[in-house]
Ligand binder design. Structure first.
Ligand code: CP
Length: 310
């Protein structure tokens, strides 16, 4: 059966660990795996803006021996010019895998149902699982290894209803972490995602908590993450965002409430002075550039792992 990586809980705890171990190996030995040798092509489709994702998938596919075919969504106009289903069937005849950044998760699910090759989520409105995996790898590296993820507390402050909050909940719970979301009333994560993350956490020894106080969220945490207050396509004005999320800004005072040695995460692009201060973003506790680099290593691992499934 063709496997996909559409959301974080598509990987079981054992599988997530396998992928993270493979990512560490590929980080140490960049060209150790060549599952795309031929070269076989991977379609990398973008319906939304990108820098890191296009960069890391393009480099990653090339390093795996393949040919990255990057397609601007404005050219393909998937779902407008032709259906997602027809697009999937055409792509699946010629590429080894499909990587897609798009809007609603249902579009990605339709692609996966019809492509006949592995499909990877490069960000949807609901989830950003490749970023969450890269962040887990980054936290592990700074904590002394993958075993250190278990029982560690990851706090996220900001928009609790966005894709990064959802992915942190699911990926963190899968890794046995304690995930705390600090977000305003009215911006709680999707209840189904919280319930699913809690169910996963019950099997891994982790936990999930949603609070409406930033200090309570980060207190004692070993990793503190945030993300843009206004996600791609969100109509919230800058003034509305400031009023809503201002108390959840990741500044040095808030980070000081975390464990000594806690790392600060941001998946970038970052807006200094809004969701994160320049002092934190560019300071000694920031690991944002490690996160950006680790996108490459985890995505190579995800593609290799998916392509090797029977
Ligand atoms: N973090 C991330 O996905 O970056 P891009 O939007 O630039 O791809």
């Amino acid at each position: 059966m063709t496997r996909h990586f559409l959301r974080d809980d598509d990987l079981t705890p054992v599988e997530q660990r396998e992928v993270l171990e493979l990512a560490l190996r590929l980080k140490a030995e960049r060209f150790a795996e060549r599952p795309l040798a031929g070269p076989r092509a991977v379609a990398i489709l973008f319906d939304k803006p990108t820098l890191r994702t296009q960069l890391s998938f393009t480099v990653g596919v090339a390093e795996l021996g393949g040919h990255p075919m990057v397609v601007d969504g404005n050219l393909a106009r998937i779902g407008v010019r032709e259906s997602v289903e027809d697009t999937a069937k055409v792509l699946g005849r010629q590429v080894a895998a499909v990587v897609w950044r798009t809007f609603d998760q249902s579009r990605l699910e339709t692609m996966a149902r019809h492509a006949g090759v592995p499909v990877v989520n490069a960000l949807t409105d609901q989830f950003h699982p490749c970023q969450a995996l890269a962040d887990l790898l980054t936290i592990a590296e700074h904590a002394g290894g993958l075993d250190a993820l278990h029982d560690r507390t990851l706090a996220y402050v900001g928009d609790g209803a966005n894709n990064m909050a959802h992915s942190y909940l699911l990926a963190g719970a899968t890794a046995g972490m304690h995930v705390r979301i600090g977000t305003p009333f009215g911006r709680r994560p999707d209840a189904q995602v919280v319930d699913r993350a809690a169910a996963v956490a019950a099997t891994t020894g982790g936990s999930v908590t949603v609070v409406h106080d930033a200090a309570a969220a980060v207190s004692g945490a070993e990793a503190v993450a945030t993300d843009t207050w206004v996600s791609m396509g969100d109509a919230t004005s800058e003034q509305e965002a400031e009023e809503l999320f201002g108390p959840f800004r990741l500044d040095a005072e808030l980070l000081d409430r975390a464990e000594p040695g806690a790392v600060a995460l941001h998946c970038m692009p970052a807006y200094r002075g809004k969701e994160i201060t320049a002092e934190v973003m560019d300071g000694p506790r920031s690991v944002v550039l490690d996160e950006a680099e680790n996108r490459l290593h985890v995505q190579k691992a995800v593609l290799t792992w998916l392509l090797e499934r029977p």
